[in-house]
Write a protein that binds this ligand. Structure first.
Ligand code: DAH
Length: 363
């Protein structure tokens, strides 16, 4: 045993002149360590309550006055070095533990299964949706998944009292969190965006009409996962801001999309509804002769409406100077209906037996 109490003076002398020896001893002692319990025992010997350092610190008292500051400084520097060595060793042990619990490291050069090219159904529906809207001149706009309350709610005319702002519905960050790349007002909180309608605001704030954007992306709500709910899902938002747009243009756009996606004979209808950021607002349903069990039934698929004057105002557009419409659909829901998927959890499990059923989209 190298670290008996009686060796303390020896170490103190060593530290006053050269801390190499003690660092060497630590490295040697850790060299044989492979488990967390052994690691803790060695750490206690050096840094614990009755460890070498405690003794050294005590022994400083016995040194001549002029030697004390240098000895103290040497101890502190050496202690810092030793802590670093312990941290590195702990990281090594943790990696070993993770490897042991995960099994062999996969070889990324191996084929992922018979050379088949398959495509996640969400990627497929996303690509198909973008492709259809690009025929109407829409381009893709991106937003941030972490949003501020203003972008997610206030700018979209959604008051503090609106249920979607409840703690039980929305993932809020702690108040003191600050993220360099998403700026916010002092007293606002960050939220994981609850919808992609936030991208309307981000787009209008930095561009002038005419605007035709599509924004597919991930959204987050405090839902318990089951066959039809997931706390993470995907939406696709659309926004058009142009002179003289009307509900007719909105309806024609939705008709075009669903006919391209599902085929001739597909109809859409709009039912009056309330979304704070559009006026008038509608639920969108579609009906098709050709979607298996659900054929000829109205199926609710999203929301839409004419952009509310307050939303324009919040984006700095002069009141009455522009018109526009917006719509939002759920991508999992669309994919489930189109590809006959009956459980939303399948989208997130990455089971190749499921994924293999989807080929790459023809773009
Ligand atoms: N943001 C809405 C939601 O998540 C969906 C929606 C409704 C989007 C109406 C729109 C709209 O653009 O006009 O429930």
């Amino acid at each position: 045993m190298k670290f008996g109490v009686n060796h303390s003076n020896l170490y103190l002398t060593a530290m006053e002149t050269d801390s190499d020896k003690i660092l060497e001893d630590v490295k040697n002692a850790l060299g044989e360590v492979a488990t967390r319990s052994h690691f803790e025992a060695v750490k206690a010997k050096f840094l614990g309550t009755n460890g070498v350092f405690r003794e050294l610190v005590k022994n400083i008292a016995a040194l001549p006055k002029e030697k004390k500051p240098a000895a103290g400084q040497a101890i502190n520097i050496c202690k810092g070095e030793i802590e670093k060595i312990f941290e590195a060793k702990l990281a090594e042990i943790e990696i070993g533990e993770a490897r042991a619990s995960l099994g062999d490291v996969p070889d990324p050069s191996l084929s992922s299964g018979g050379g088949e090219i398959f495509c996640h159904p969400l990627r497929k529906i996303r690509s198909h949706t973008i492709e259809i809207f690009s025929k109407l001149g829409f381009s893709v706009a991106d937003g941030s998944e972490i949003e501020t309350e203003w972008f997610c709610f206030d700018a979209l005319n959604t008051p503090q009292s609106h249920p979607s702002r409840n703690e039980s519905d929305t993932f809020y960050f702690r108040e003191n969190v600050s993220l360099g790349n998403v700026s916010k007002n002092g007293d606002e909180r960050y939220v994981l965006r609850t919808h992609t309608s936030t991208v309307q605001i981000r787009t209008m704030l930095h561009s002038k009409p005419p605007i035709r954007i599509l924004s597919p992306g991930r959204v987050f709500r405090k839902d318990t996962m089951d066959a039809t709910h997931s706390p993470i899902f995907h939406q696709c938002e659309g926004l058009v801001v142009e002179e003289g747009t009307s509900v007719c243009d909105l309806k024609a756009t939705l008709d075009f999309f669903f006919t391209e996606l599902i085929g001739e004979g597909c109809e859409t209808r709009m039912r009056p509804s309330f979304f704070p950021f559009v006026s008038p607002g509608f639920e969108v349903d579609f009906r098709s002769k050709n979607i298996g069990k659900l054929s000829n039934r109205w199926i609710e698929i999203g929301g839409c409406g004419m952009v509310a004057p307050n939303v324009f105002k919040n984006c700095g557009y002069e009141s009455g100077s522009v018109t526009g419409f917006a719509f939002g659909v759920g991508l999992e829901r669309l994919a489930m209906l189109l590809y006959g998927i009956d459980d939303i959890r399948l989208f997130f499990q990455n089971d190749t037996r499921f994924l293999k059923q989807f080929s790459m989209p023809m773009l």
